[in-house]
Design a protein around this ligand. Structure first.
Ligand code: MN
Length: 264
């Protein structure tokens, strides 16, 4: 990069940083545009993949998740997954011939479509991009509380009551050894289940050598990132405190919306 380019890039980044929080805090759609966030109905952005903007200001989840953590988590960690995914796919020209070219969700459901050397990159970085794109939407300012309506009933019939669900989910998150996630999923036979996965392995990937493209299939409702990068600045080694605080920012409306779509 030349000095001129560097100045230009820095100026742009500064401009974005200066305008974004102000825009987000008004509750307006962000000025910074990107690919649509991953949802059940639009499962992935097109290739090359891009970093979706946060759906709120970096300080929106304070005091539970601090602004600096959000900034680094989204702007550096998530961005690195996107960049490394694109880099790996660019090195494999056959990607353009895949049936689900540019559809990250389907790519993750069928990891064995990729040659071994590319598969690891898709699993780690594609999983990272997919998981984080969902994770940002699973949280919101003034979130927390309890699920309502159909989702509440489903949680109760699967786990007894909401409090027991919280305990079980929190335990699954606490027990992840090293880096990983706890997930609330809908299984192919439509049961709610709590699972833990290491690294960026996403539960929609299932196990290899089985058809995961067509329904029935596993779907994600809620996930909690327990990589240290998600909490270390504020909570240091106290993962349990981070988990306890995280319940205050859960966006149950988003989870309920996903559940309603999946239950149809
Ligand atoms: Mn993360």
């Amino acid at each position: 990069m030349t000095r001129r380019q560097a100045i230009k890039t820095t100026a742009l980044a500064t401009a974005v940083a200066a305008t974004a929080p102000q825009t987000f805090s008004q509750g307006q759609p962000p000025l910074v545009t990107g690919q649509p966030l991953i949802t059940t109905s639009s499962p992935a952005s097109a290739y090359p993949f891009v970093l979706p903007p946060l759906p709120y200001a970096v300080d929106a989840l304070e005091p539970h998740i601090d602004a600096q953590t959000m900034e680094i988590h989204h702007g550096r960690h998530h961005k690195a997954y996107v960049d490394n995914l694109n880099k790996a796919l660019a090195s494999w020209p056959e990607y353009s011939t895949l049936k689900y070219h540019g559809n990250l969700e389907q790519n993750l459901r069928a990891l064995d479509s990729f040659p071994e050397n590319i598969r690891t990159a898709v699993r780690n970085n594609g999983g990272g991009h997919y998981n984080h794109s969902l994770f940002w939407q699973m949280m919101k300012k003034n979130g927390g509380g309890e699920p309502k309506a159909e989702l509440a009933k489903a949680v109760e019939s699967s786990f007894g009551n909401f409090s027991d669900f919280k305990t079980k989910f929190g335990e699954a998150a606490a027990k992840v050894f090293g880096s990983g996630w706890a997930w609330l999923i809908v299984t192919p036979d439509k049961r709610l289940e709590i699972v833990a996965r290491p690294n960026q392995d996403t539960p929609i990937s299932g196990t290899l050598n089985e058809s995961r493209i067509e329904r029935p299939r596993t779907e994600i409702l809620l996930g909690l990132d327990v990589w240290e990068h998600a909490y270390y600045l504020k909570y240091q080694n106290k993962r349990a405190d981070y988990i306890a605080a995280w319940w205050n920012v859960v966006n149950w409306d988003f989870v309920a919306e996903r559940y309603a779509k999946l239950a149809k």
